[in-house]
Write a protein that binds this ligand. Structure first.
Ligand code: SAM
Ligand code: 2KA
Ligand code: SF4
Ligand code: MG
Length: 251
């Protein structure tokens, strides 16, 4: 049994460093447009070259009390599970609570202690299988990224791929949980790599989403995305959905 530092302990953590809490609509993937509270944790175990999310401050969180106002209070970190429950319940009729980051699975101990009135929607890089095991019965939605990293970005590529597959196996779609995958596609994304990984996880997901990268200079040609979609359709229901929240300037 693996007993490394990222092996989950069995007790819940009562606090965590959170970079922001806000209310918006889900801007990515098949649930685009549903109203959500977003809880963005600090810290990440990866450094994706295209990442659009700055590393959050550890000292304080920013909390948008009125949705869309652009006005933030700055509660001190760490925040408790009770603080989070109070903040997200203030947002009214939400569909779910998006747990994002950074990498939320680095805070699995805290997530396992959350008791919220709304279902949990996990947004993860799917590379920490021990943490995934710990929270698998807490989350109702899993938006799992497939990270096709260049060899220079990982010490052990086989282990990275195994960890990804193990996360999807653990958090797979069931009667009580939806699980789908997103792949951020850039002009450097190799179709063979995408197809290999999607083939390996197809049995665990309800659909796959090809998400064009937001930086214009990194975008592939439209024909490339359509060709990739056609290949993926051999394995799983596949949609091309760009990030929508950036179109209308919401968080
Ligand atoms: C900021 S990440 C946080 C959650 C987790 N670490 C992950 O990567 O899934 C949230 C989502 O934004 C996507 N994303 C980040 N930068 C992007 C970009 N430049 N263009 C399109 N999607 C991007 C990620 O791939 C992921 O699906
Ligand atoms: N509106 C909106 N939708 C999102 N879906 C995933 C996001 C993320 O950064 O995890 C995100 C985000 O930051 N904003
Ligand atoms: S895993 Fe997610 S948060 Fe971390 S660097 Fe990649 S896109 Fe950004
Ligand atoms: Mg985002």
């Amino acid at each position: 049994m693996n007993a490394g530092p990222l092996t989950a302990s069995t007790t819940a953590d009562i606090d965590a460093n959170v970079s922001e809490v806000f209310c918006s609509v889900q801007g990515e993937g098949p649930y685009v447009g549903v109203r959500q509270a977003f809880v963005r944790f600090t810290g990440c175990n990866l450094r994706c070259s295209y990442c659009d999310t700055p590393v959050g401050k550890e000292e304080s969180c920013r909390f948008e009390e009125i949705p869309g106002s652009g006005v933030f209070s700055q509660p001190d970190n760490p925040l408790s599970v009770t603080d989070i429950a109070r903040m997200v319940s203030s947002y009214g009729k939400i569909h779910s609570v998006s747990l994002t980051g950074g990498e939320p699975l680095m805070h699995a101990g805290f997530i396992s202690g959350l008791e919220l009135a709304s279902p949990l929607y996990l947004e993860s890089n799917m590379t920490l299988p021990q943490m995934a095991k710990r929270i698998k019965d807490k989350v109702s939605y899993v938006a799992g990224d497939v990270k096709l990293l260049p060899p220079s970005a990982v010490d052990d590529m086989d282990l990275h791929l195994e960890n990804t597959i193990e996360c999807f196996r653990t958090l797979k779609a069931t009667r009580d949980r939806d699980c789908f995958c997103k792949v951020v596609v850039t002009k450097d994304t190799a179709a063979d790599d995408v197809e290999g990984m999607i083939g390996a996880i197809a049995g665990y997901i309800s659909c796959a989403v090809l998400q064009p990268v937001s930086q214009k200079e990194l975008l592939p040609e439209p024909g490339y995305l359509l060709g990739l979609q056609e290949r993926m359709l051999d394995h799983v229901n596949t949609r091309i959905i760009p990030q929508t929240h950036k179109m209308w300037g919401c968080l």
